[in-house]
Design a protein around this ligand. Sequence first.
Ligand code: SAM
Ligand code: SF4
Length: 333
Amino acid sequence: MARETRLVDGYGRLHDNLRVSVTDRCNIRCYYCMPERPVHYVPREDLLTYEEIERFVRIAVSLGIRKVRITGGEPTVRRDLPALVRKLSAIDGLEDLSLTTNGVLLPELAEPLYEAGLRRINIHLDTLDPERFFRITRRDVHGRVLEGIEACRRLGYAPIKINVVVVRGESEPDIIPLARFGRERGLVVRYIEFMPLDGQGLWHPDRVLLGSEILEILQREFGPMRAAPDQDPRSPAVEYVFPDGRGKIGLIRSVSDPFCRSCNRIRLTADGKLRYCLFALEETDIRGLLRGGASDETIAQRIRETVSKKWDGHQIHAANFVPPSRLMHAIGG
Ligand code: SAM
Ligand code: SF4
């Protein structure tokens, strides 16, 4: 592909990774993501249809996007998600299609999603303790998530990654049990630092348990862990192998060591806005173009322009940091 058709920003970063949110709704209420009663949901008519998403992804792939992750809100609450997976997995040139989910609906959906072509899945689970799960999510569905993980293992999804949001003062008791759970089942558990995108303004730097501290907790239990030899330098997770070589974990240090320098991502929200960063304060209206008769070339041009405007990195630590007006569930984490 000619260099100028690829998505390279003003800092020389090549973008080949797209996250597509299909809804801002969710069937649980993790306190660090959503308020109990969100004040606003995208009206259904404003959600991109699966056909519109498919067209956008085809155009993005023609510009060098190679990886697409479907996310939300909770993507599995959108009707007939396997239909979208089928459409996207048929796109020539798309090398990697994955899903991020809270796992609650996987007991029913793991199989249809697999049949539709999905192989890679990230399942969000913060604790193995049902009571703590209820406190975090305000919903009594812990058993369903565990069942969903088992369904994915049985079907042969690979890799299966477990996303754990870590909050200081809350998550410490869960770190070791989850590491053990993952290691025994061949799952990569990834600990994610708490980011200022929560629904209730609870975020504070003091509530971020740093990746280095998480690693210390793990090493106290398991012994010295070494950096995984097969790291993908552009992945936000830094992976570590257990001392006996059996299994690995990941640390996503979005706050203490942001991966902005090697960021290769753009994001499409459920209502069709394109964002160059999770924390971006501006967005490009793709839905208007898709519904207004714009040509593929016009849409491609707007994608290029969006990438070219990308900033060098988020400003979480700056005194004048302004969080985006959208919360995590409305951007697509
Ligand atoms: N509902 C799905 C889920 O929970 O995986 C997909 C959407 S969710 C917004 C995507 C990811 O964002 C989750 O896996 C969760 O780990 C992460 N997340 C949500 N709120 C966060 C926060 N305030 N800080 C860090 N990560 C967060
Ligand atoms: Fe829902 Fe995912 Fe947000 Fe939790 S993190 S409330 S599962 S969208």
